[in-house]
Write a protein that binds this ligand. Structure first.
Ligand SMILES: [Cu+2]
Length: 167
């Protein structure tokens, strides 16, 4: 595993305080450590995440909103999950869904993966997903590095959680 910059580790700890066991490579000798400690904001904040309980045991879709707290545009370039063999970014369009290579997040802006617009596709599920379970994701950004995210599995027909912008 690549070394994760201290800023990313801090972001991860803030984002998934309940999943600290997932954090590895937390030590760094980076000279920027002091600067990072004085910068409490995470570069990218995820909110409103969920996986819709799949109607089959093969694949599932995840949704969330990403907020960019920085003054620099960023791109979500990759997603891994603990729920299936393959996880990819898909856009939805009238012609169906297709894989996309990245998702841009404007400076001080946000982007949402919503039904009808886009989702994270989890293929070849390791086991069936049921409401009440949760799924871990590792998001990789061009600039912000990596962010760990844990989202609930929501029953078919249940209302989706609402995303909240960071203060
Ligand atoms: Cu898809």
């Amino acid at each position: 595993m690549k070394r994760i910059p201290v800023s990313m580790v801090l972001a991860v700890l803030l984002a998934v305080a309940g999943a600290a066991g997932l954090v590895r490579g937390a030590m760094s000798n980076s000279p920027a450590a002091a600067d990072v400690a004085a910068a409490p904001e995470q570069p990218i904040v995820a909110s409103g995440g969920y996986v819709r309980e799949p109607a089959n045991g093969v694949n599932a879709a995840a949704y969330f909103t990403l907020y960019n707290t920085t003054g620099t545009p960023d791109v979500l370039t990759g997603v891994d999950s603990g729920a299936g063999e393959q996880t990819t970014l898909h856009s939805d369009s009238r012609g169906g869904m297709r894989q996309i290579s990245g998702l841009s997040i404007p400076a001080h802006g946000s982007v949402s993966l919503r039904p009808g617009e886009g989702h994270v596709m989890i293929d070849k599920l390791y086991s069936p997903l049921e409401a009440g379970q949760s799924v871990n994701f590792r998001l990789t950004f061009a600039k912000a590095g990596q962010l760990l995210l844990t989202v609930p599995v929501i029953a078919i027909g249940a209302p989706a959680p609402t995303a909240e912008a960071p203060r």
